[in-house]
Design a protein around this ligand. Structure first.
Ligand code: C5P
Length: 317
């Protein structure tokens, strides 16, 4: 095969707790990550030159080395020089549907798709954990994006424990097109404001990270209970992002006041806000109501749902 098309789903954070900092400058996290139906399509195909090329339909997405998908291909070429020499370069086409810089792991899921696509193109036969390990060197969310579904993520966000998949929750996402929140800024500001409460002792850190396994939200996920999950949503980064971005706070409040909304929260470092629903009909209805409540062309709203997979091959030629 010379070409693969892959679906690269976005994620939301059902839970994000910052429990400490790390010697590498990152944070120790305790999260629950969930794949959603909103997805990009990534086409990878072999080209005869020994170069890496990225194309994207979205003007805001860079096509040079600053794109994580480019760096994923470069990593594969470095790790597997013989295969790179044998099969030649790669062209990566990104059909972008996931909002950019949104807290939805759009860049990370594209990188995960490139790892999976090149593994197939070059017939490397890598295992899921080998792909996740490579992904971890590119970014904290990349390992989760490989297999997706529902998972607990600890450490930097790269230590994964799968949970039973949730396929029964509908979601409305709201994102202001022109609004971006820098993830490094959000974590740095959190450290400045709340670093005093970080756990510094390694035994206590491990115990706190493990506590999520027996926590109420994991029980709600295992019970596949959307109402309970929605009651237990949590994101520490809201404490620094909402005061600085009043639009995000307002959007969250508008969601919270609509009938049928089980719960609402910002995803990752934002600025996307999501709301959870029992049915697609309620989700569609609330999307319309939010559109009427906030009259702003800049606000994009999407109806989607929880899904049970990460990167998926849809065709090969
Ligand atoms: O790993 P990734 O490149 O996605 O992380 C983006 C930024 O988010 C990092 O540069 C860091 O500032 C912050 N971060 C963190 N702790 C984590 C994950 C991310 O401080 N566990």
């Amino acid at each position: 095969m010379r070409s693969y098309s892959l679906i690269a789903p976005a994620k939301i954070n059902l839970y994000l707790e910052i429990i400490g900092d790390r010697p590498d400058g990152y944070h120790e996290l305790s999260m629950i990550l969930q794949s959603i139906g909103l997805a990009d399509q990534i086409d990878v195909h072999s080209i005869s030159t020994d170069s890496i090329r990225v194309r994207c339909n979205h003007p805001q997405v860079p096509t040079d080395k600053s794109n994580l998908a480019y760096r994923a291909a470069e990593l594969m070429a470095m790790q597997f020089p013989q295969a790179f020499a044998q099969y030649g370069g790669v062209e990566i086409s990104i059909n972008k549907q996931i909002p950019v810089a949104a807290g939805l792991a759009g860049g990370s899921t594209n990188a995960a798709a490139v790892l999976v696509g090149i593994d197939l193109l070059w017939k490397l036969g890598l295992t899921q954990s080998e792909l996740e390990e490579l992904g971890g060197t590119l970014g904290s969310d990349v390992p989760f994006c490989v297999a997706g579904g529902t998972a607990i993520a600890t450490g930097r966000g790269d230590q994964l424990s799968p949970l039973p998949s949730l396929d029964n929750i509908y979601i409305v996402l709201g994102k202001y097109r022109s609004l971006e929140v820098s993830t490094p800024w959000a974590y740095k500001t959190y450290r400045e404001q709340f670093g005093d409460s970080y756990i510094r002792d390694s035994d206590n850190l491990a115990a706190r990270a493990n506590a999520v396994h027996s926590g109420a939200i994991v029980k709600a996920v295992v019970d596949k209970n959307p109402g309970e999950i929605a009651q237990k949503l949590h994101n520490d980064l809201e404490r620094v992002v909402l005061p600085v971005y009043p639009q995000v706070l307002e959007l969250r409040e508008v969601f919270a006041n609509q009938e049928g909304v089980l719960g609402t929260m910002m995803s990752g470092s934002g600025p996307t806000v999501f709301a959870l629903f029992e049915s697609q009909q309620e989700a569609e209805q609330v999307k319309l109501q939010v559109k009427e409540a906030i009259i702003d062309e800049d606000l994009e709203l999407f109806v989607t749902r929880t899904i049970t997979h990460g990167i998926k091959v849809v065709s090969s030629v």
